[in-house]
Design a protein around this ligand. Structure first.
Ligand SMILES: *[C@@H]1O[C@H](CO)[C@@H](O)[C@H](O)[C@H]1NC(C)=O
Length: 305
């Protein structure tokens, strides 16, 4: 049974990038509820001759098979406390019902559509439903978002044409962790050079979450004060997905030029000083030698008499 499940899963994951997966519709994408409540997740598909819908629960640690619906026949796994309703046929809706929600019901639930054996056709996944069962002492709280400018120490060599600058977006103090992060430059969505944490992390005091995202851009883009860099953190607040944003503008290269010039002056002054000391020392040494020679010659002269 477990082997079969692994086979199905593996098969499905391999083909989930295909366009047929767009024919599996799963709603809602996000859901909050309180302990003891009930969650309902809907799944439908429009794939000809497919007649089965499988359900999975994915947590950080594992992917659990919950059972399936074959046409109108429900088939939940033993010991899994879920119900299924509706139909798995094309154009119909199959509903997964989880009652008596507990904190450990929090997970991402997936449906997948396939065709009953022996056809051995691939399964296609829905987009997933992220369910959070809210902890009693925590309130739904949107993130505070801040974009940090690149470190001036990053790639200082101005001759390097390839040099890049990294902006960091920090979203913190939110609960629960239903967020997605994106970047815009001058209002245009960018994905190139973006790296976002795999998942939001619970902050040390365990109450709120934090997530960071990095945007790497060519230094010349950063050194243009007309460019606006915006970080958008979409947060699901139980009914709506609300954008929280922060943005900063690039810093013109002239400021760094001034700094460089100042530095140049400083360096040359230091060099001049070192050189002067060196010359002074040489002069003193030279004078000393002249004095010695004169003294020696003087004593020699005296001895000759
Ligand atoms: C969620 O966001 C919407 C739209 O901004 C707002 O009307 C609603 O009051 C918010 N709900 C909660 C629970 O904060």
């Amino acid at each position: 049974m477990i082997l079969l499940f692994i086979c199905i899963t593996f098969n499905s994951i391999l083909v989930s990038g295909s366009s047929l997966s767009e024919q599996v519709y799963q709603t809602p994408a996000d859901m909050y509820n309180t302990p003891g409540g009930k969650a309902e997740i809907n799944c439908s598909h429009s794939i000809q001759s497919y007649d089965r819908i499988l359900w999975y629960k994915q947590t950080e640690r594992q992917l659990q098979f919950l059972g399936y619906m074959l046409a109108n026949i429900r088939n939940p796994e033993n010991g899994v406390n879920v119900k299924m309703e509706g139909s798995a046929n094309k154009g119909q809706t199959c509903t997964l019902i989880i009652e008596e929600l507990q904190l450990n019901s929090s997970a991402v639930y997936f449906c997948a559509a396939d065709r009953e054996r022996p056809y051995n056709e691939p399964a296609y996944f829905g987009q997933g439903t992220k369910l959070t069962v809210l902890e009693k002492d925590k309130e739904i709280t949107g993130p505070s978002v801040k974009v940090l400018q690149p470190s001036p120490k990053e790639c200082k060599n101005e001759k390097d044409k390839q040099r890049k600058k990294t902006l960091v977006c920090v979203a913190k103090d939110f609960y629960p962790d239903h967020v997605s992060v994106s970047w815009e430059i001058n209002g245009q969505n960018v994905t190139n050079g973006v790296a976002t944490d795999e998942a939001a992390q619970l902050m040390p005091e365990k109450k709120f979450y934090q997530i960071t995202s990095r945007l790497r851009v060519p230094a010349k883009d950063w050194e243009n004060s007309d460019n606006e860099f915006k970080c958008i953190v979409n947060f699901f607040n139980k009914t709506h997905t609300v954008p929280y944003t922060d943005s900063i503008y690039g810093e013109a290269v002239t400021t760094t030029n001034v700094m460089t010039r100042e530095k140049y002056v400083k360096i040359t002054q230091a060099a001049k000083l070192t050189y002067s000391v060196f010359i002074a020392k040489s002069c003193i040494y030279g004078a000393f030698v002249v004095f010695l020679v004169w003294k020696l010659q003087g004593s020699k002269g005296k001895q000759n008499y």
